[in-house]
Design a protein around this ligand. Sequence first.
Ligand code: GDP
Length: 444
Amino acid sequence: MAFEGLAERLQSTLQKIRGKGKVTEADVKAMMREVRLALLYADVNLKVVKDFIQRVSERAVGQEVMKSLTPGQQVIKVVKEELTALMGGEAEKLAVSDKPPTVIMMVGLQGAGKTTTSGKLANLLRKKYNRTPLLVAADIYRPAAVSQLQTLGKQLGVPVYSSEENADPVEIAKQALKKAAEEHYDTVIIDTAGRLHVDERLMDELKNMKEAVDPDEILLVVDAMTGQDAVNVAERFSGQLGITGVVLTKLDGDTRGGAALSIRAVTNKPIKFVGMGEKLDALEPFHPERMASRILGMGDVLTLIEKAQAAVDEEKAKELEKKMRTMSFTLNDFLEQLNQVRKMGPLQELLKMLPGAGRIKGLDNLEISEKQLKHVEAIIQSMTPEERENPEIINSSRRKRIAKGSGRPVQEVNRLLKQFDEMKKMMKQLSNMQKGKKKGGFPF
Ligand code: GDP
């Protein structure tokens, strides 16, 4: 996972100061030495590290910490706030034009993920924000890019404008804008040409395009795995073309995090989205505070909830909630719920979003595989409808039959039944706790 080393180092450093009732200047100094090293290991830009250390140090020996009743906690709060500020503070929204269509130019070097991200963005805007996007294949120098975008468009059901005869990207973009106006597409996403390196011709072309289409957003796509190279590319695009934001791709990979932590401070341009995988739904709006929280092991419950909301059918969720409350939750419901969780993504990644998960030993070795879920499914499916409704009737001969039917050992059947029983007990406790409390949905 991205940021792993950084997260580990920072968390172990902060752990030492967490419970302190008194924090001296020497404590702060020692801590900051370790924080500095952690950031440098993570490949954060040198100047950015220096500024960060200075800001945190000043605040950590200041009144807000020293006068606090819990100085250790207060220092951690300062680190979190400064880390958030470093990544841009507030999440930055995408600009929307008052006069449709909104025009978004996607720019970047080859291989950064520009074409894929164009498709992902169209998907996100349509699904989450009800927009009707038109994709434009203007990367005519990489022949595969046009057909790649067309394939993505087909998969998503988003139209793609391309032109066989027109070899001028600016002309293609102009034609696409015309089409968008005529056919009422409210968002135009232009996949522009990339190059292997930043060069003058590329910049000139992009400047011409910018002038011709007057974009609301110019989003630079950079690969997080390339660390400080990504920062340099961002600096050059920002200086020469002028960009409105950055999309950092491949944050699902093993990146140390340097790009995410440096880009905003170096270019003064916000990271607006992050790519979290190759799939077309793996693009997330970037929230600096949530990211800081993840790095410091405080979890990212908000993203987890959003993922759940996206994956879970609302009607089914309501029904399930009622069943839990009224204690009529059965193994059938359990199976249904497993399938919903599966849609949210790899379980290990989800668990890491829980507060304190970084400190749970062995989480990385926890391979909750598709295979295991399939076994659970097979076991439940080998039960009769009556057994699924009333697992209490499953005696030892029934257990043997179920084991045989599902091709799993009896112990596994036993384990599942035990887990289900424990889950029901937990639900009972929760529902008792809820009683007396005001009824209502989630607090967001
Ligand atoms: P372009 O040359 O900039 O248009 O790059 P592409 O869109 O063709 O992407 C290059 C490669 O990066 C492809 O194999 C993509 O699947 C992959 N890719 C793009 N974004 C992500 C991401 O967020 N995570 C991962 N793991 N791979 C990505």
